[in-house]
Design a protein around this ligand. Structure first.
Ligand code: NDP
Length: 335
């Protein structure tokens, strides 16, 4: 295959995130561009083809998607579907020989995450999870302080990620589609805890799953979730995630002072402070998404390891499942 300056990306699922963030970001990227689309909605296809100048041969639907294997203009398939569909489309993309980017939450179960990782390995393609935060300079700044022990050891972490979800009949309210706040926003709070400590939790305790609007979040599906993640040495992270209220912060209490980020996982405006000074690298929307995709495209071109591999998505889903089990049983659950 001739070497091209930019990799061709096909977006799968033309919903909110593809439309408002990823497609605009792909107009700014230097290492990749929007080459193709996969959609089940014909009216979106004509709109996208006109707006982004996408040739007919780079357009697929969910039935003929596998023939993307024969299209040399598509290097990467970016799965931006509801969570319950990630597994199927990641595996189909891998079998088609395409590198795969997959949105968070990686999948609904750890078994599904593992099957996705295995399929990408077997087919020799990269798998990256869309945790834009890990590519983000303000996040990397607090990670660097923690990693180098600049404020001593981390003692505890407090993290919240939530927004007021106004929709009432979306996949976010459907358990069978991978809905529920712990999968959607909870993974950000879990990332905050894990990146804040720079270590992995060993257990989950005191998990609570409830709904303030049980007519919308039915049959025990979480609208709000709280939990404690236990880290080595009995140190704790307290996490909260919500579809009921706007909240987004990360506090990392270290021996020699606090790192306070607020917001910590927005599309922009992420900033914070610590005794070492301000953390405030500014940028506009959708720079963060462009930055993530440029990094991931570079890793493919240079054949270097991806920053956020499938294993990273799997770790979070294991924690999600432990939180749900702890809430159900009232017991401490090891991860
Ligand atoms: P939307 O509901 O807005 O879009 C999902 C799209 O998937 C639909 O528009 C549709 O596209 C396609 N689809 C195919 N089958 C179905 C089905 N049965 N039900 C619903 N949709 C279907 O979701 P979002 O764009 O908000 O989220 C998509 C993914 O991106 C999720 O995993 C989400 O967590 C993630 N996300 C990540 C963000 C981040 O910051 N990293 C931010 C927002 C979302 P079509 O009509 O083209 O077939």
């Amino acid at each position: 295959r001739p070497k091209r300056a930019k990799l061709g990306v096909a977006l799968v699922g033309l919903g909110y995130y593809s439309t408002d963030l990823l497609a605009p970001a792909l107009q700014q990227t230097e290492n990749c561009y929007l080459a193709g689309i996969v959609s089940g909605t014909p009216s979106k296809i004509s709109m996208w083809r006109g707006k982004y100048n996408i040739p007919a041969e780079n357009v697929y639907n969910y039935e003929n998607f596998d023939t993307i294997a024969d299209n040399p203009n598509i290097d990467v398939v970016y799965v931006v579907l509801p969570p319950s569909m990630h597994k199927e489309y990641v595996i189909r993309a891998a079998k088609a020989g395409k590198h795969v980017w997959c949105e968070k939450p990686m999948a609904v179960t750890a078994e599904d995450c593992q099957a996705m990782i295995d399929a990408c390995k077997e087919n020799n393609v990269n798998l990256s999870i869309g945790y834009r935060c890990q590519h983000e300079p303000n996040t990397q700044a607090f990670q660097e302080i923690v990693k180098n022990g600049k404020l001593g050891k981390v003692l505890n972490v407090d993290c919240a990620a939530g927004y007021r979800e106004g929709r009432t009949d979306h996949w976010k309210q459907k358990a069978e589609m991978g809905g529920g706040v712990i999968y959607d926003m909870g993974v950000y709070a879990i990332q905050g805890a894990r990146l804040g400590f720079g270590e992995e939790p060993i257990a989950v305790n005191a998990a609570k799953v409830w709904a303030e609007r049980p007519e919308i979040y039915k049959n025990g599906l979480g609208e709000i979730v709280e939990a404690q993640l236990e880290f080595p040495g009995g140190r704790m992270a307290t996490i909260k995630t919500s579809f009921y209220e706007n909240t987004n912060f990360l506090t990392i209490q270290c021996e020699k002072g606090k790192i306070e980020m607020e917001p910590f996982s927005g599309y922009n405006g992420n900033k914070g402070k610590s005794p070492l000074g301000e953390i405030n690298f500014p940028y506009q929307v959708p720079w963060q998404q462009a930055n993530q995709m440029d990094h991931d495209a570079m890793a493919i071109m240079e054949k270097t390891p991806v920053l956020v591999p499938g294993e990273e998505g799997l770790r979070d889903i294991k924690i999600v499942q432990a939180i749900l089990k702890s809430a159900k049983t009232g017991m401490k659950v090891t991860v």
